[in-house]
Design a protein around this ligand. Structure first.
Ligand code: LMR
Length: 328
């Protein structure tokens, strides 16, 4: 009987392994740098929910917010090493892998988020999703955050008000050039350091969306926010070619559908939060709203727009033209 028992156990174990009965689910890591109460934070959690609902026991998604696992300086390198399978950096952070996405950083390019959306969903925008495939990075979709505002401890009404001030920028040469254009000093720093840099006055200002300014509490250490809507801060959700192609086709399809649905939710939240978080900041009375007259805003356009020409060759004239055309 002992022999029979051993035999039975052996058969059972072969069965279990071949049919994956006791196997642990495969872990998909999704790392990002923002808080959970943001469009990207909520999108990542929705993705986790949908994947685990549709592929129960087979896949699990672990979400790491707030640069807990990887930050701006290493998340794309980690993706290529397969230490993380999904990241969604802002479009300003892919400069090392492609120059073409810098189109999104050109100041005063898009009139509003509808124009951004038309450009992303159009032919040129969809082609840009594949702009890093040769580097092993696959673009799976765009996710909105919103338009950026300038903040400082002094009211920025005219471009000359920014003269000599230090502004944190994301790691993008276009964004650096944008601040150079007004005589300011751009400082490239990872997102996780911005609050402390502002609080200790190591830098004077920054540019960001309402939801990031709210969720990171920048408004508590910046007394003035200029509603400039001068640029866009959106994301590309990316994975690595190795991971993506390694998935069985049927699972890949389910995961992509879950992602598309999560992005749709994230976009809805982005649109809502833009107003809500602005209002929460104003209600806090920690920071004052600086509004620009059309004539004042035009001055910023006039000094910053020459930046376009400097980057036209790198980005591609056709790409810039397609983006401009999306305004209509
Ligand atoms: C920033 O660095 O300011 C943003 O890109 C952070 C983010 O991911 O929204």
């Amino acid at each position: 009987p002992l022999k029979t028992l051993v035999k039975m156990l052996a058969v059972a174990s072969v069965f279990a392994t071949s049919f994956n009965v006791f196997a642990e689910p495969i872990e998909i890591k999704f790392s990002h740098v923002v808080a959970e109460n943001t469009p990207k934070g909520q999108m990542a959690l929705k993705f986790k929910e949908l994947v685990e609902q549709r592929l129960p026991g087979e896949y699990k998604v672990s979400v790491f917010p707030n640069s807990q696992l990887f930050g701006d300086n290493n998340e794309l390198a980690a993706l290529l090493l397969n230490d993380v399978q999904f990241v969604a950096p802002s479009l300003s952070k892919f400069e090392r892998y492609t120059k073409r996405l810098q189109v999104f950083d050109l100041p005063f390019l898009f009139n509003d988020m509808d124009a951004v959306n038309r450009f992303q969903q159009g032919e040129a925008g969809q082609t840009l999703l594949n702009s890093m495939t040769r580097k092993g990075i696959v673009g799976l979709g765009y996710l909105h955050n919103g338009l950026k505002q300038f903040s400082a401890n002094t009211p920025l009404k005219n471009p000359s008000d920014a003269n000599g001030l230090k502004f944190r920028v994301m790691a993008s040469d276009v964004l650096a050039a944008q601040f150079d254009a007004v005589g300011a000093i751009p400082v490239k720093k990872p997102f996780s350091e911005v609050f402390t840099l502002l609080q200790t006055r190591a830098i004077d200002g920054q540019e960001n969306t309402w939801s990031n300014t709210y969720s990171q509490k920048f408004y508590e250490v910046q007394s003035q926010i200029t509603e400039s809507n001068h640029g866009v801060l959106d994301y590309m959700v990316v994975t690595s070619d190795t991971f993506w192609k390694g998935l069985p086709a049927d699972k890949r399809k389910i995961i992509k559908e879950a992602l598309d649905e999560s992005i749709a939710l994230g976009n809805k939240i982005a649109a809502e939060k833009d107003n809500q978080d602005k209002q929460l900041i104003l209600d806090s009375k920690r920071s004052q709203l600086v509004t620009l007259t059309p004539a004042e805003r035009q001055k910023w356009v006039d000094v910053m727009k020459p930046v376009w020409a400097k980057f036209e060759e790198q980005i591609g004239k056709d790409v810039i033209e397609a983006a401009v055309a999306a305004n209509k």
